[in-house]
Ligand binder design. Structure first.
Ligand code: BEZ
Ligand code: FE
Length: 259
């Protein structure tokens, strides 16, 4: 048995009961909510629903114990075994006319030392707002728009891809119906790139970079809450430059923070 799981579960149950009492929820309403969740499960959207509402809260909690780069939401579309890439994410033939970007920057420790051999998982959407390697997104091969980049001896990385755009999370299913039809909101996210930075002996960080001025940064359907990386418009020729520098604290800091 886990005391922590038991305590948290009982608190979730009690908090939910409080909401039912507060709103004098009727049996038909209770059933309708229950059926909506069942539909969400059938549609394979439980991970999406949970991340839309709660990922950002856990990020806020985690950031209280962090030094160096802050965490941002991961979302449900990370895949473990993305390909190792060398300076270029794979681009689908049909996207060859899309504008290009280059992701570049440096990984350092909080002691200021560059980190060689750090591995940065990056992933971003297709121009239609879908992710590769996700069955529900139409079986796009996971070699596209995701990969593991490594830093060189000076801690620098560089990788080319196409420019992501603002996208709607899947909005034809029960999660979209909840956000749009029942709650009067929308399902847009600002254009972004996801990062997960790992390096031996250092605390890993999951983050996102946004494009400064994007209208959905402050009005993100997934409560992304922005990020420290709001990158101003800059170009190298006609390639948009996304310069993002990470700072990782020692892994031991994570252990101490959790104690
Ligand atoms: C995403 O950015 O990939 C994402 C985040 C939260 C919910 C859904 C998608
Ligand atoms: Fe995303």
């Amino acid at each position: 048995m886990s005391e922590r799981v038991k305590e948290i579960t009982m608190d979730i149950v009690e908090a939910t009961r409080d909401v039912l009492r507060k709103h004098n929820v009727t049996f038909p309403e209770y059933r309708a909510g229950f059926m909506h969740l069942a539909k969400t499960q059938q549609a394979g959207e439980i991970p999406l629903l949970i991340d839309v509402f709660f990922n950002s809260t856990v990020v806020d909690i985690e950031n209280k114990t962090r030094k160096g780069s802050r965490a941002a939401i991961q979302g449900p579309y990370f895949v473990e075994d993305a390909p190792l890439v060398d300076g270029q994410l794979a681009i689908r033939d049909e996207d060859n006319d899309q504008p290009r970007m280059v992701m570049r920057g440096k990984v350092k420790g909080t002691d200021g030392q560059p980190v060689a051999g750090a591995v940065i998982d990056v992933w971003h959407s297709t121009p239609e707002g879908r992710y590769s390697g996700i069955a529900k997104h139409g079986e796009i091969d996971k070699k596209y728009y995701r990969g593991k980049i490594t830093t060189d001896a000076n801690g620098n990385y560089e990788c080319y891809s196409i420019l992501p755009v603002p996208y709607q999370i899947p909005n034809k299913g029960p999660t979209g119906q909840l956000l749009e039809e029942y709650m009067g909101g929308h399902s847009w996210r600002p254009a972004h790139i996801h990062y997960w930075v790992h390096a031996d002996g250092l605390r890993d960080v999951i983050s996102q970079a946004y494009f400064e001025g994007d209208q959905y940064i402050e009005n993100d359907s997934c409560n992304g809450g922005g990020s420290e990386f709001m990158v101003a418009e800059a170009y190298d020729g006609d390639v948009r430059v996304m310069e993002v520098n990470f700072e990782l604290e020692p892994a031991a800091a994570k252990m101490q923070a959790a104690e």
